[in-house]
Design a protein. Structure first.
Length: 475
């Protein structure tokens, strides 16, 4: 395995850590491995209560005057197995499969996100290369809320240059990311609507969905927003009494499906109203949402909220337009601020809605919190915020950006892309804690992250290590 690569040591370490179960929250084993690695090589090492591990290696002879450089990545991985695959992620090693340039796992997630970072850092620490002083930070539980980095004592870091290794595309350097916050809105409903009238089911689906940060600029349709758009048109021809609604599955995903059961007056043209709403929705569809369907059917009688409280719920959704709110003018196509309706669950007595807002600026997140609180109050409800994390603001032409661009262009013969992402990275926490830290995020080609279809391009990781080495030589 891993023949015809220039840096076999990186792949040897990736194989080694793939034998150690390291799902999010289960990082004690990999932390002990890293401690033993440092001890065997006489390197300084700090392990904290969150199982973060910081390993320091002093500068080589001739590099004592070079600035110290931190490298960082998370050791935990998302644990998913394909249907029918039996795998104990608490005990079983990841079984690697190489097919030419493509590395995958045998029916499970591969853990290239972010095992490649650990492999690169271990190779740098293990070798006898002419390097500046390096600090290698291995963090934990990134995939479940950046928990390891949130617990880390940043006073331990002396470097003011950091190479994060948690990106997933070759030749694309990330230099900013969004912060975020979850908002839970609760709207009380009056459950005395009764069982009169005709009962209908509304199903909206066939939508593509996607990540609520990385894909928000693509203007994909939210099934939840679409379903309540339909109800708004229906409410124009008849009072509506909602019985239940359910849509979305994850806070950070654009919802693909939403279903509603409601009552309306007998004889009202509910199908016609829904058809008008569908025409409006289709007028703004992108190609990937071309499978949109809006289905109206009959439903069994059941308890409902009153028409008055249902209208307040419809009005609440009428004020929401999930998607981009502000764009970064200096970089065409980059979203600065956005929000997504992640989940909705409605009963006759209560509606619960979860939203996620994103922006690299704290002030913009403050503004989104206040706006959602106001919108909830107008509907007679309340908004509560949780799980907030900071963003990483864009800075142009930093030292690391210049060094990376020069090294990359020398090795590849063309200029790399330097951009930002509208999603969260641990870099945001580092930037918030150490504002003068110059950070750049790099990675090899990793596809289908967080799924059993996850793959890594072997050659791209080999080349990435060459770029990192080149940067450390130039700094």
């Amino acid at each position: 395995m891993f023949e015809n690569v220039s840096h076999g040591e990186v792949f040897s370490f990736f194989e080694e850590i793939s034998k150690i179960p390291r799902g999010s929250g289960n990082e004690a084993g990999i932390a002990s491995f890293l401690e033993g690695f440092a001890k065997d090589r006489g390197l300084s090492c700090v392990r904290d209560g969150a199982n973060n591990v910081l390993i320091m290696k002093e500068a080589s002879a001739g590099r004592k005057k070079s600035p110290s450089v931190a490298l960082q990545g998370h050791v935990d991985m998302v644990c998913e197995a394909a249907p029918g695959v039996v795998h104990d992620f608490l005990r079983d090693p990841i079984k690697l499969i190489q097919d030419g340039d493509i590395l995958s796992a045998d029916g499970t997630t591969l853990g290239a996100d972010d095992g490649v970072a650990a492999a690169i850092m271990l190779a740098l620490l293990d070798g006898d290369l002419p390097l500046p002083r390096i600090e290698c930070l291995f963090t934990t539980s990134e995939e479940i809320g950046l928990l390891g980095m949130k617990a880390f004592d940043f006073s331990l870091l002396k470097s003011r240059l950091m190479i994060n290794l948690d990106s997933a595309d070759e030749g694309v350097a990330t230099v900013s990311c969004a912060g975020g916050v979850r908002t839970d809105v609760t709207l009380p409903l009056d459950p005395s609507g009764g069982e009169d009238g005709e009962f209908y089911s509304l199903d909206v689906g066939g939508l593509f969905g996607g990540h609520s940060g990385e894909d928000i600029s693509l203007r994909r349709v939210s099934a939840i927003a679409a379903a309540f758009d339909v109800l708004r048109f229906v409410s124009a021809v008849s009072p509506v009494r909602v019985a239940r609604a359910a849509g979305g599955g994850k806070d950070n995903a654009i919802p693909r499906e939403c279903s509603v059961v409601f009552a309306a007056d007998r004889g009202a043209d509910i199908t016609g109203a829904a058809a008008k709403a569908e025409v409006l929705l289709r007028a703004h569809l992108t190609d990937c949402d071309g499978g949109l369907f809006v289905k109206i059917g009959k439903a069994e009688k059941t308890e409902t909220a009153t028409a008055e409280s249902t209208q307040k719920l419809i009005d609440f959704f009428s004020t929401l337009r999930p998607g981009p709110v502000e764009w970064i003018g200096s970089r065409d196509g980059m979203v600065e601020t956005s929000y997504n309706i992640g989940k909705v669950a409605v009963s006759p007595s209560e509606a619960k809605i979860t939203l996620s807002s994103r922006s690299p600026g704290a002030e913009a997140l403050d503004d989104m919190e206040l706006r959602l609180e106001a919108t909830a109050r107008l509907a007679g409800g309340a908004a509560r915020h949780r799980a907030r994390y900071p963003g990483w603001k864009y800075r142009e032409g930093t030292t690391l950006q210049r060094v990376y661009s020069a090294v990359f262009e020398k090795q590849y013969g063309y200029a790399p892309v330097i951009t930002g992402i509208h999603a969260g990275l641990e870099c945001g926490l580092v930037s918030d804690a150490i504002p003068d830290m110059d950070i750049i995020s790099l990675g090899p080609v990793v596809r289908d992250l967080h799924s059993p279809a996850e793959t890594l391009s072997v050659s791209s990781l080999d080349r990435l290590y060459s770029v990192v080495l080149g940067m450390l030589e130039e700094i």
